[in-house]
Write a protein that binds this ligand. Structure first.
Ligand SMILES: *Cc1c(COP(=O)(O)O)cnc(C)c1O
Length: 370
């Protein structure tokens, strides 16, 4: 078998594509998903059109405008967008090379530097690598920080102390977006686990037809582009599909707290969260820090591994939105270094398929202290 694959929607198999295209959703699917989440995470669940809207609702529920909130210094623009949507001020904390999360040391630094005292902290568990939750919870308590958990990377993962991710903070935000640990192309949910400071309204508007169709067709379009890739047409077709907005890049999915999740997405998300097929056992993305990244990517591509779309090429990604963030590069040197040297593998390829890719990477690894 030719091991030639583009990264385009390669995580959806034929069954996923069929389910995405043809699953009929009913109103009960939304209720069933919400009920399941309420039992699992012990709070009030609200379903949303994507993860960033869920995170925005979580923030809206527990903070007031102008509050500062600590954010992992290596993240997706979606998080920044949610923070700004609610009028909060993000305070980025630098990360460690070990797990790509902030540490007590970097959090302490942030508290010292911040002009005003932050009131909250978003825990991200980057790529499914859990934080040392006991230490962070203690730190949060001592400093009066309200904890929000963002589960986009880590649904089903357990913290070192055995508790499941999403059962610690006042609120838990889930994303069902592309390549997230639960993936129905779009969709999200927030579970409010404590009495809220501000009242939250559940989304009441039906999903936009265009969003609905895009979610239905994305895996099929991806498969078509992959099928055409050996005659070099796949990339061209994908570019056209993006241009005419039939395919949307993940970062461009709009934040909108008033739109509901599509019913079929609720149905598929429930199925996935019950089996946690794509998460829980393996990290969302296995990562390496390498020298000469462009060369490594080229070598990987020669062997048929297209990992160009790695996470994250900037401390807040994608690059085309990075300037808006005014990221404090001086205060987060690790995040800057890591974003220049990281490569990572999506978790939907088997260990065996990835073995040759790992071998290529080995020769270029950056050692500790380098
Ligand atoms: C992708 C992502 C989200 C939210 O994603 P949506 O695309 O809005 O569903 C939230 N947090 C992190 C860390 C993410 O990577």
């Amino acid at each position: 078998m030719k091991r030639y694959f583009l990264g385009l929607a390669a995580n959806y198999d034929a069954e996923d594509r069929r389910a995405q295209l043809f699953s009929l959703g009913r109103d009960e699917d939304r209720t069933d998903l919400a009920k399941f989440l309420e039992r699992k995470y012990d709070g009030k669940a609200i379903l949303t059109k994507n993860g960033r809207s869920a995170l925005a609702l979580a923030l809206k529920a527990y903070f007031k405008e102008g509050d500062r909130i600590i954010v992992n210094g290596f993240t997706c623009f979606a998080v920044y967008e949610a923070v700004k949507e609610v009028g909060l001020v993000p305070v980025f904390a630098d990360i460690t090379r070990k797990d790509l999360n902030f540490s007590i040391e970097t959090l302490e630094k942030v508290l010292k530097m911040s002009e005003e005292k932050p009131r909250g902290i978003i825990i991200q568990n980057t790529f499914g690598n859990p934080v040392d939750i006991e230490a962070i919870e203690k730190f949060a308590k001592e400093n009066d920080l309200v904890i929000i958990e963002d589960l986009a990377h880590a649904t089903g993962v357990r913290y070192p102390d055995g508790r499941e991710v999403g059962t610690v903070g006042v609120a838990t935000a889930l994303s069902f977006g592309k390549e997230k640990s639960i993936d129905t192309i779009s969709g999200g949910a927030v579970i409010l686990r404590h009495p809220c400071l501000n009242e939250i309204e559940a989304p009441s508007k039906a999903p936009k037809l265009s969003d609905h169709l895009r979610a239905r067709f994305y895996p099929t379009f991806g498969a078509a582009c992959r099928a055409l890739s050996h005659i070099h047409l796949g990339g061209v077709l994908m570019k056209i599909l993006i241009k005419i907005h039939w395919v949307e890049r993940s970062a461009d999915n709009k934040l909108d707290c008033e739109r509901k999740i599509s019913k079929f997405e609720a149905r598929l998300a429930l199925r996935q969260i019950k089996s946690l097929k794509r998460s829980g056992e393996v990290p969302l993305r296995e990562f390496y820090l390498v020298k000469e990244r462009d060369l490594v990517l080229k070598k990987l591509a020669e062997k048929g591994y297209y990992f160009g779309g790695f996470w994250y090429e900037k401390p807040v990604s994608p690059e085309r939105y990075y300037k808006k963030v005014h990221f404090p590069e001086k205060e987060c040197p690790n995040a800057v270094f890591i974003s220049e040297h990281i490569i990572n593998f999506p978790n939907y390829y088997t260990r065996r398929i990835l073995e040759p890719a790992r071998k290529i990477v080995q020769d270029y690894l950056i050692k500790e202290g380098e």
